[in-house]
Write a protein that binds this ligand. Structure first.
Ligand code: NAD
Length: 282
């Protein structure tokens, strides 16, 4: 039995609040990491076309002997495929690489407002098609800023189920999170431990000492209590287990506030600003 809570999405589906992220996991190591996570009890994997390891995700699930229906799989459209025809072909490829006939959640990875004449709306309509034909149970976006979300609301019929954005104590991304909270869009917090950069912060270390938990567990617990969905990345079974063991303690409201106050604004980002990010891989 899983100890991981589920969060309801605006389309009636639900998502486990904790999963495994596989960004920067070597394709050859992915099946092993996914199997290790599933053996521990994880039931949610976050991948992307850009990560080049969707095949390993499917393989890891089959190696673990877990039913497909019991695992929540997310993938994301790569930046070169925003035109609807290309999006449709790329989505077919995602399913074929995973070896399954549906994903639980499919996202536009980046809005790319300076590319494609700023048109992410026709891309979103292509994703609406994947939802309509049942091959994506839910659809959402990633790295969308408030104006991008407002534009989808004005020009399309489907509210994204999630917005996957950078959030951690050094970059709390309050405005985008608040828009999600008020429009029934679940926030998924990427780089939840800022790729390790927050773990030696004195405030984090102090709370870790006081609670008897590790710095990573304290920061992951902060996200859980704020209601965001997270999927820390690791290939090390010991860390994958450590990141799962966050449901047996509680941070006080003061601890939650102290971690939120570590925000450095724009300087705290570990990744690019979505307003200007325009990388299209070869
Ligand atoms: P993360 O914050 O999960 O940190 C990962 C790093 O921390 C790795 O180097 C790992 O070895 C280390 N680590 C993991 N557990 C640890 C522990 N218990 N103690 C000490 N160190 C530990 O960073 P991330 O991988 O960038 O983000 C997580 C996931 O978010 C990704 O795998 C991906 O699925 C998603 N993501 C999405 C986007 C996007 O644009 N949508 C961007 C980045 C990441």
């Amino acid at each position: 039995m899983s100890t991981v809570p589920s969060i309801n999405l605006n389309d009636g589906a639900s998502i486990p609040q904790l999963g495994l992220g596989v960004y920067q996991i070597d394709p050859d190591e992915t099946a092993g990491a996914v199997k290790a996570a599933l053996d521990i009890g994880y039931r949610h994997i976050d991948t992307a076309q850009m990560y080049g390891n969707e095949a390993g995700v499917g393989q890891g699930i089959r190696d673990a002997g877990v039913d497909r229906a019991d695992v929540f799989i997310t993938s994301k459209l790569n930046n070169g495929f925003h035109e609807p025809d290309k999006a449709r072909a790329a989505f077919d490829e995602t399913l074929s690489k995973l070896g399954y006939d549906y994903v639980d959640l499919f996202l536009i990875h980046w809005p790319l407002p300076t590319k494609y004449d700023g048109d992410f709306v026709s891309t979103w309509k292509a994703l609406e098609g994947f939802k309509a034909d049942g091959r994506a149970r839910s659809i959402g976006v990633s790295n969308f800023q408030v104006p991008h979300l407002e534009r989808l609301a004005a020009e399309t019929d489907t509210v994204p189920a999630v917005n996957q954005i950078e959030v951690h104590p050094y970059f709390v991304n309050a405005d985008v999170r608040a828009y999600g909270a008020s429009h029934d869009i679940v926030t998924e917090a990427w780089s939840p431990i800022a790729q390790g950069k927050v773990l030696d912060d004195q405030v984090v270390e102090g709370i870790a000492k006081a609670t008897g938990k590790s710095p990573a567990q304290v920061v992951l617990r902060w996200h859980i209590q704020r209601g965001d969905v997270i999927f820390p990345k690791s290939v090390t079974p010991k860390r994958i287990q450590e990141n799962f063991d966050i449901f047996d303690f509680e941070l006080s409201p003061d601890d939650v506030d102290a971690l939120t106050e570590l925000d450095k604004g724009e300087d705290g980002r570990t990744g690019p600003n979505p307003d200007t990010f325009d990388m299209i891989p070869d």
